[in-house]
Design a protein around this ligand. Sequence first.
Ligand SMILES: [Zn+2]
Ligand SMILES: [Zn+2]
Ligand SMILES: [Zn+2]
Length: 330
Amino acid sequence: MLELLQYDFMQRALIAALLVGVAAPMVGIFLVQRRLALIGDGMGHVALAGVAVGVVTGQQPVFTALALAVAAAVLIELVRARGRTSGDVALAVMFYGGIAVGIVLLSRAGSETPANLDSFLFGAITTTSPTDVRVFAVLAAVILLVTWIMRPRLFAVAGDEEYARATGMNVLAVNLTLAILTAVTVVVSMRVVGLLLISALMIVPNAASQLLTRSFASALRLAVLIGVLCSVGGVVVSYHAETPSGGTIVVLTVLVFVLASFATWAVARVRAARHAESSHHAHEHRPGCGHRAVPHGDHVDYLHDGERHAAHADHWDRHDEPAPTARRES
Ligand SMILES: [Zn+2]
Ligand SMILES: [Zn+2]
Ligand SMILES: [Zn+2]
């Protein structure tokens, strides 16, 4: 590990991996909550067209990719705001249009350009330039800051969009912010993870952490930890194994997910005999559902019919006897 740090390009790659490992799961958790797992992938395709524009016109690909991805993010969010079906179609057009334009433009660029399509699609640690690292660091700082500041609003909209709108929140502005954050994260990640695989680093660590935790805050912390370990670890492994960094990183995250699934299954088997399942649960509790939320250890219980209910796998458990003063809520 230490001898890797002698090389300038490895120092840059590891810094970039660290930035990506923190930013991608942090933005991704809101995409998972909103069931928008594929949006990041679509933006990756559009960013490829942006890279091609940069290569053909002799601009820095990172800036042209950023411009195109952000434009696509705004466009798709505006289309989505007008109805679900057209949002699906817009996403499909974005996927195919992005990759088609990218391939056509890159083929026109000729063989004398340094452009290597694979390095953008699947990540290539050795191609991270000093300019890339400086730009990525600034963008990553912006992503982290904006996500942190907007966290309550992003979470409110992710939990219940209608309720958030009813409270007078500007839901479109929050959605636009999330879309732009996603676009920027995709571009920051393209050297390390690659445009085709970046969505995996946004989604899979969150999928794993949500298996292992109950509260939003602890899920986010664990997802960022998984993201950093897998992305820095993936860069190190890919250097030794001479594999593309993106694929290596994503394989690691998938392994973590498989292990987390197995651990959850094993724990559930052990606990199966030991807990009281709440009898009636058609209702799904969530922030703003009308039931009082009570923090309980690492998760949140909801007061409902005089019992405390907590989500557990695919059902709701009864946790504590209610406090004597608790109102009946149903
Ligand atoms: Zn509880
Ligand atoms: Zn309940
Ligand atoms: Zn249970």
